[in-house]
Design a protein around this ligand. Structure first.
Ligand code: ATP
Ligand code: MG
Length: 576
């Protein structure tokens, strides 16, 4: 899907409905004019009594009712269309971001993405709720009125025919300008939102470095940029409606003048005809004028929509998952085959890793800070796609399996697990299926060693945490993530150990938890603690993205000097 027009024409049923409503409204307009003129003509020229024109007035009331109902349906259907399209666009954006969460979060600012999802998509509203219904109405009503006027009085018809084109000409000139301006405005808004959220999240850091004031100025500048872009659009909008008003008034004036001359000077037409035409003419122009106004709206929408479509079309190395099912009961046999990855041209890379990981084994990945341990874990998780080589699960490439099947049996405890704003119970429950009981949550929390922490709180498991509530320490967050893993019961567990030292008590809990999880799973740990390293079945030693050695702790101590020197300075942990 590349343009709003294509989306609109795909909604055939709605378009047909709107056209039928236009026919009803158009017919009502003509009858309204006819009945009004008939009543006035009857009372003032033919001296009819009120009771004689009563049927006409009744008809007039009915016609007005029909017109009102028509307008209501037009508005309602327009809003329904807009809602449908906006929901669709937001869903597509969401899917795009979710498809490759790591890639998406690396590119561009979060605030900019939020503004894209909310504001840019909202701008699209007018196109469907106002512009399209008006366009459909204007393809019918003015033509109908013009035909009626021609049958009544040719001169008036001719004047309308000559003056009418000025309105679309104005519209087109102004519309072109608006579309560019609205794209500018959307860029400004995205920049502003991005900067604002960035500064807000980093406020503590900025304050500590005495940069808060300077940042305030940057935000102020980008907010002024947005204001200027908005004012530019409004300027065009106000000028355009003023010009449209002038053209319309002039045209109606000319028709009225001509009618008056024909009626009074030449006496070539009846009062009925002149009045009938005079009532219809403003309807003709107001229909065109409304199109002019909504044209401006439509253009603004198109500008915003262009941004959304550009975002959707942005190429990313998309990972395509297959359809193979994964057997849920046993951990898979894993094999890294010529695995290679790079973040980009001349950026950090992982090179040519070959390794077999047998089911239920405990793997430790070790290496200096920045050696690529977390990157390798992301690759194993299927969050980053390898540039070369594959990860084989039971002999088949990881990406040939169903995405959901894989993530269903994967537990990944990252270095900085995300805590959603919600209660502790809610945060743990995302590890489980749709309906997780309170007992299950509490059991998982106990197994992960967060039970003590929770019990010390007034509201226990119902304590709000994350953005909406109290914060948690890094270690507490990881234990919460482990509780999620206990609920999920994955068969492959990836664990990015905390680099910070833990107290003895917490260390013990962590060890016990991991041991318990390992009973049913293959565990691959980025290890910093000597205990984990010593107890691993196999250690992968990374240096600058290369796997320079693998084997047991004793083997590596003996044969790899770099490993020995690194581990000898490692914190002791509760070695046992
Ligand atoms: P630590 O022990 O400190 O957690 P690590 O071994 O986990 O380190 P990684 O996070 O895998 O290290 O990072 C490996 C290298 O990749 C680092 O030099 C880092 O600067 C680089 N890197 C990480 N993310 C990106 C990215 N999005 N784009 C480019 N380079 C990146
Ligand atoms: Mg890391």
């Amino acid at each position: 899907m590349k343009s709003l027009k294509e989306i609109a024409s795909a909604q055939k049923k709605d378009m047909l409905f709107l056209f039928m409503v236009a026919v009803v409204i158009g017919t009502a307009i003509v009858f309204q004019a006819f009945l009004l003129v008939k009543a006035v003509d009857g009372v003032f020229l033919n001296e009819q009594s009120i009771s004689q024109v009563l049927p006409t007035l009744g008809g007039l009331f009915l016609v007005l009712l029909v017109r009102t109902i028509g307008n209501y349906w037009k508005g309602k259907r327009g809003i329904e269309m807009a809602t449908k399209v906006k929901r669709h666009l937001r869903k597509e954006l969401m899917e795009k971001y979710a498809k490759n969460p790591l890639q998406s979060s690396l590119r561009g600012q979060t605030g900019g993405k939020v503004s894209m999802m909310m504001d840019a998509v909202d701008e699209v509203d007018n196109y469907f709720s106002k512009y399209i219904p008006q366009v459909i109405q204007t393809t019918f009503i003015p033509i109908l009125i013009l035909i009626i006027v021609f049958t009544q009085h040719v001169n008036s018809g001719l004047i309308m025919l000559v003056t009418a084109p000025f309105i679309p000409i104005f519209m087109i000139v102004i519309g072109m300008k608006t579309k560019v301006k609205s794209e500018e405005q959307m860029d400004q808004l995205a920049a502003f939102s991005g900067r604002f959220l960035d500064a807000l999240q980093g406020l503590t850091t900025l304050k500590l470095f005495g940069q808060a004031k300077r940042q305030k100025e940057t935000i102020e500048n980008s907010s002024l940029g947005f204001r200027d872009a908005t004012m530019e659009i409004l300027k065009v909008a106000f000028t355009s409606s003023f010009m449209l008003e002038v053209v319309t008034m002039l045209s109606i004036g000319i028709v009225a003048l001509e009618l008056a001359i024909q009626l009074i000077v030449y006496q070539s037409i009846s009062f009925f005809t002149a009045f009938f035409v005079l009532v219809l003419v403003p309807e003709f122009f107001s229909s065109l004028k409304e199109l002019g106004t909504t044209f401006h709206n439509g253009r603004t929408s198109m500008g915003a929509a262009k941004k959304v479509f550009e975002e959707l079309a942005e190429e990313e190395q998309l990972v395509k998952w297959g359809q193979m099912a994964i057997d849920h009961t046993e951990p898979p046999e894993m094999e890294l085959q010529n695995l290679a990855f790079r973040y980009g041209e001349d950026q950090f890379s992982i090179n040519n890793i070959n390794e077999k990981i047998t089911p239920y084994s405990q793997i430790a990945i070790v290496g200096r800070s920045g050696s690529g341990k977390t990157t390798l874990l992301h690759l194993l998780a299927g969050l980053l796609a390898p540039e070369e080589g594959e990860i084989l699960l039971n002999g088949q490439g990881l990406y040939r399996y169903r995405e959901k099947d894989w993530f269903d049996q994967l537990g990944y405890i990252t270095q900085d697990p995300f805590i959603f704003s919600g209660t502790i119970a809610e945060n743990i429950s995302i590890g489980g299926g749709e309906h997780v009981s309170r007992e299950e949550i509490e059991k998982a929390a106990k197994q992960a060693g967060v039970d003590d922490l929770v019990c010390s709180l007034d509201k226990g498991y119902d304590t709000p945490i994350g953005e909406a509530g109290r914060g948690l320490s890094g270690g507490e967050k990881q234990r919460l993530a482990i509780a999620r893993a206990f609920l999920k019961k994955p068969s492959v567990i990836l664990f990015d150990e905390p680099t910070t030292g833990l107290d003895l008590q917490t260390e013990k809990i962590l060890q016990a938890s991991m041991k318990q999880l390992a009973q049913h799973a293959t565990v691959i740990t980025v290890a910093h603690r000597l205990h984990t390293i010593k107890h691993a079945d196999k250690i992968l030693f990374l240096e600058k993205g290369r796997l320079i050695a693998s084997g047991s702790h004793e083997e590596l101590m003996e044969s790899v000097p770099a490993y020995k020197s690194m581990v000898s300075v490692q914190r002791g942990g509760t070695a046992s």
